[in-house]
Design a protein around this ligand. Structure first.
Ligand code: SF4
Length: 632
């Protein structure tokens, strides 16, 4: 089915591994307007195909790979793509964003998205071109690491692959494209359960923007603005996400010793500054990105991708390790074996605390690094009892051994490295997030609560509407095809570079009310029917790329629609308000005895959040569904 909109290839392909057939999946221009692309397009496809609770590792599950309209057009930081499915880790909807080159190549093969269903009888490699889809044998690839697999099938460009962890159905196995991961939620295990080792895409199809001249003009200005901004033009290229470690430690939000503390004595030795000074070989990053936030370091004489902040925090402070070289090594091993570093690290930390409390002796101890490489391999291969248990993730481990109150996950997904008792809005986000304990799907409020701006991190005031607003905005940005880090630059640069100026302090005071103001304005859509090119270039860029009548308000509404649609899908899978939880360590125990506000006032914030969203018992009402134009 062709499209009248620019930016899209105009085709979604449904591939059935059981019958080895493929056909076009109908996705209309009306649906493109409502759901745009990326994770929201995937949510629509999943919603229409998943009827109720399923075993995520059964042939009933589907894997949906989507691009956004900006992918392959050359807009700044728009090389990323999305993979969604029902997660074996949470049993719920999961979308995972990836900076590899598969998305762009999928568009070159003439597809905006692929929907992979069924289960192949034999180990399979899918090869997608403009003309055809081939189902090739992959027996010889089985057992290979992600790097070796890509090398064996023609190099790193334009592939998605799994490693041994995906083959062995590790609940948090990831999918790798080039060196980048679609990390969260165990989508690698979904591929493994389908006997699908790899997918390649290639072709010569060229997607064009609707208004090329305008599009180029916007991108030129946008790139300039990103490079001039203190976060996206200076801190991120200089230090990467690793640059957040020092600030997180200072603000008591660096998860330490399985989230018991928010500060780590050895933080300097796992910081972005230390990495840059002693180990950085060069910057790298996703295609079409002026920021280039990734780090290249050396492991065993080989130049490899360095760890992100989450990995540094969780394989550093959270397991009481200050040996950054070990983190480089584990990060590399986890990528090669195909496992999410966040959930793997969270599972290790939980096991360490179980051991410390005398509940389960796995041999893992806080601060002991000698056996971790071995245990990471045991997890990926499930070759020992310890590895097999850890491969199930923290929620399943706590079902077996207890320790609920310090099992640091939400909806079964392990939290990332931000300790939310020092940034309570981030805590709300972790709890209500559709995919579970994820910092990005949470709305990433920690950026406002100390890592960019400095609004009061301990108050519940304003956090509900801000969380909702940022969740919706980030949904829309991701659906369009941009990296979420481009949203850092929506805050005027002086707020970051002059944190103590009168103006910055004033903004920090006013900011908690912004979400509420946008929420009220959203009730009268014409009030937000504006474009703000210097603050939020995403909507003008998408307008020029697609030809859709987009503006800031419409983008916000698309994000809101996407967030609610994922929630409705989760409702089919058994979710309601009782699933929006955090472990008691974070809601009932003070992080700092001297600070009575240093715990997450979750129930108070949840009530306000549901009210702002228009949800009852944690679910969208019929009225809201109608207002958003969702056909449910
Ligand atoms: S900012 Fe970093 S993660 Fe985002 S697109 Fe650029 S290189 Fe990739």
């Amino acid at each position: 089915m062709a499209t009248n909109y620019g930016g899209y290839a105009g085709k979604v392909l449904k591939i059935d591994l059981t019958t080895k057939t493929y056909s076009e999946y109908e996705f209309s221009d009306k649906e493109r307007e409502l759901y745009l692309g990326g994770k929201i397009m995937a949510a629509k496809i999943l919603y229409d195909n998943i009827k109720g609770i399923i075993d995520p590792l059964s042939p009933e599950n589907i894997l949906v790979v989507t691009t956004g309209p900006l992918n392959a057009l050359g807009a700044p930081s728009s090389g990323r793509f999305n993979i969604s499915s029902i997660s074996p880790l949470t049993g719920l909807v999961c979308s995972s964003n990836c900076g590899g080159t598969f998305g762009i190549n999928l568009k070159r093969a003439g597809c905006d998205a692929i929907v992979i269903c069924g289960k192949a009888e034999e180990k399979t490699l899918l090869k997608i071109t403009e003309e055809t889809v081939e189902f090739l044998p992959a027996e010889e690839l089985w057992g290979k690491t992600t790097g070796a697999t890509q090398e064996a099938i023609g190099g790193k460009s334009g592939k998605i692959v799994i490693g041994p962890a995906g083959e062995n159905l590790v609940k948090y196995a990831c999918i790798i494209s080039d060196e980048r991961a679609a990390g969260r939620g165990g989508l690698g295990a979904v591929m493994g359960s389908k006997n699908l080792k790899a997918v390649t895409a290639s072709g010569k199809n060229i997607c064009k923007p609707f208004n090329k001249e305008k599009f180029m003009e916007i991108n030129k200005k946008w790139t300039k603005a990103l490079l001039a901004h203190p976060l996206t033009g200076s801190q991120m290229p200089k230090l990467g996400t690793a640059g957040l470690v020092t600030g997180m430690n200072a603000r008591h939000i660096l998860a330490t010793k399985n989230f018991k503390y928010g500060q780590f004595d050895g933080f300097e030795k796992i910081s972005g500054e230390y990495l840059a000074e002693k180990y950085l070989i060069k910057n790298k990053g996703c295609i079409s990105c002026p920021i280039q936030c990734a780090r290249v370091v050396e492991v065993g004489g080989k130049q490899v991708k360095g760890p992100e902040l989450e990995t540094l925090g969780l394989l550093g402070a959270n397991v009481m390790n200050d040996d950054i070289e070990k983190i480089f090594e584990w990060n590399y091993e986890l990528d090669e074996l195909g496992m999410d570093t966040i959930s793997a690290a969270g599972s290790l930390a939980f096991a360490m605390e179980l051991n410390e409390k005398g509940i389960w002796d796995s041999g893992l101890e806080f601060g002991k690094v000698a056996n971790i490489t071995d245990i990471i391999h045991q997890i990926a291969t499930r070759s020992t009892e310890v590895g097999d248990i850890l491969a199930e993730g923290t929620r399943n481990m706590s079902k077996r051994f207890g320790g609920d109150e310090f099992c640091i996950s939400s909806k079964g997904m392990e939290l990332s490295a931000y300790e939310p008792r020092g940034a309570v809005g981030q805590g709300l986000g972790y709890a209500v997030s559709n995919r579970g304990g994820c910092h990005l799907n949470a709305g990433y409020l920690v950026v406002l609560e100390g890592l960019g701006l400095s609004i009061n991190p301990y108050t519940h005031k304003g956090k509900a509407t801000l969380t909702m607003t940022f969740q919706d905005l980030m949904e829309a940005v991701s659906a369009g095809g941009n990296c979420l880090f481009t949203t850092y630059a929506v805050f005027p640069g002086f707020l970051i570079s002059k944190p103590n100026s009168i103006m910055t302090r004033l903004v920090n005071k006013i900011m908690p009310y912004l979400g509420g103001v946008l929420y009220l304005a959203g009730k009268f859509p014409t009030l937000l029917a504006v474009n703000l090119p210097s603050i939020f270039p995403h909507s003008v860029c998408l307008k020029a790329a697609t030809g859709m009548k987009l503006n800031f308000g419409k983008m916000l509404r698309i994000g809101e629609r996407g967030y609610n649609l994922e929630r409705l899908l989760n409702k089919k899978l058994g979710v309601d308000a009782s699933c929006d939880t955090l472990p008691k360590r974070l809601t009932d125990e003070l992080q700092d005895e001297a600070n009575k506000k240093s715990k997450v006032p979750l129930e108070k914030m949840k009530k306000r959040y549901y009210r702002a969203r228009g949800w009852k018992n944690g679910l969208p009402t019929a009225r809201l569904i109608k207002r958003l134009g969702i056909e449910a």
